[in-house]
Write a protein that binds this ligand. Structure first.
Ligand code: GTP
Ligand code: MG
Length: 335
């Protein structure tokens, strides 16, 4: 499951209370105050960590609370402070205060932010001893932890969005070129949430590829699952459009390609004009070449013939993707 937005209440732990106590021992008359301080409460800390790739771990947690500090005790013993609670989130997570919508922090890899501070521990009665008050019956309570309502939003921007009809082979391609392990099956709508994969050609050339649920006619009006996820690929600079040569429902591949183009344009003008690399999948199948030629003729575009099963045609496709991304990004981002 892919989750890109969560609302959560975070609270720091309460500080432990200070203790009121007096030393009572045989042969030690009037032993004086010996109440210890309370320990500080733990803070909730968000940590951006590469490899965490969705907010799914937080999706069903409405409250996150760090532990409280321990109370102080007699014999001068201070209560232990509670450990901070570190929550891992993906890099690219934007932390916002839900009450006013203000951005608290846009977390890059390795960065942290204190989401809710723990309360300070109270002071024990030992601290109140003075020359004029040698037996203070006074201590302070631990302070409550900070409570905040947060919205976390994941802004992973895939460089490349994979689109196509259900069953076109999108997830299979992603699994072949990246470490992502999306579900693959020979029926439509296998993919229900976007999957992201990092494609690494060599040390310098990497990009993020998103596989979204298959689109169908009417997707731009909300038919099927595609609509929700068009917004994800809306952020990608480049589309890779997969067309399969022999759909099981006997539809015409060229018509299928056109209908998806139409949906994109209907969804938004900018998506309709997004650069697209055209790919025919499953090209180890006999006679797929002829279908690819038809598609090239109808579109006037180069059609990359690949097979995610045999690996045929993948290097030229990946090279083209990298070259085109470089062009789109201009000189500002180096590979
Ligand atoms: N012969 C052949 N079959 C393939 C190839 N790539 C994918 N398939 C098969 O096509 C079927 C659909 O593959 P998926 O990768 O699940 O397709 P998808 O586009 O992600 O489908 P949805 O998630 O349902 O939209 C599976 O049975 C795959 O094994 C290929 O290169 N050659
Ligand atoms: Mg799929």
């Amino acid at each position: 499951m892919f989750v890109d937005q969560v609302h959560v209440e975070v609270s720091g732990g309460r500080g432990g209370h200070g203790c009121i106590s007096f030393r009572r021992e045989k042969y030690v008359p009037r032993g004086g105050p010996d109440g210890g301080d309370g320990g500080d409460g733990g803070s909730v800390i968000l940590v951006a960590k590469a490899g965490v790739n969705s907010l799914v771990a937080l999706a069903n947690k409405h409250h996150i609370k760090a532990r409280s500090g321990n109370n102080g005790q007699g014999s001068g013993r201070h209560g232990a402070g509670a450990d901070d609670l570190a929550i891992e989130v993906p890099p690219g997570t934007v932390v916002m205060d839900s009450t006013n919508g203000l951005v608290i922090k846009d977390l890059a890899d390795g960065e942290t932010v204190i989401a809710a501070r723990g309360g300070k521990g109270g002071r024990g009665n030992t601290r109140f001893k003075s020359s004029t008050n040698q037996a203070p019956r006074q201590a302070t309570e631990g302070q409550p932890g900070e409570v905040r309502q947060l919205t976390l939003e994941l802004k992973v921007i895939a460089d490349v969005g994979l689109i196509g009809l259900p069953n076109a082979g999108k997830s299979t391609l992603l699994s072949r070129v990246s470490a992502a392990r999306p579900e693959i099956a020979d029926y439509p709508f296998t993919t229900k949430y976007p999957n992201l994969g990092m494609v690494q050609l060599d040390l310098e050339r990497t990009f993020v590829m998103a596989d979204i649920p298959g689109l169908i006619e009417g997707a731009s009006d909300g038919v099927g699952l595609g609509h929700d996820f068009l917004k994800h690929i809306e952020r990608s600079g480049l589309l890779v459009h997969l067309v399969e040569p022999f759909p099981t429902d006997q539809t015409d591949p060229v018509e299928n390609w056109k209908s998806i183009r139409k949906e994109l344009a209907q969804y938004s003008e900018s998506l309709g004009q997004r650069p697209e690399i055209l790919v025919m999948s499953k090209c180890e199948l006999p006679e797929s070449d002829a279908v690819a030629d038809d598609l090239a003729e109808a579109s006037g575009e180069q059609v990359y013939k690949i097979s995610a099963v045999t690996g045929k045609g993948l290097p030229p496709l990946l090279n083209r993707i990298v070259t085109q991304l470089k062009e789109e990004r201009g000189e500002c981002k180096q590979w």
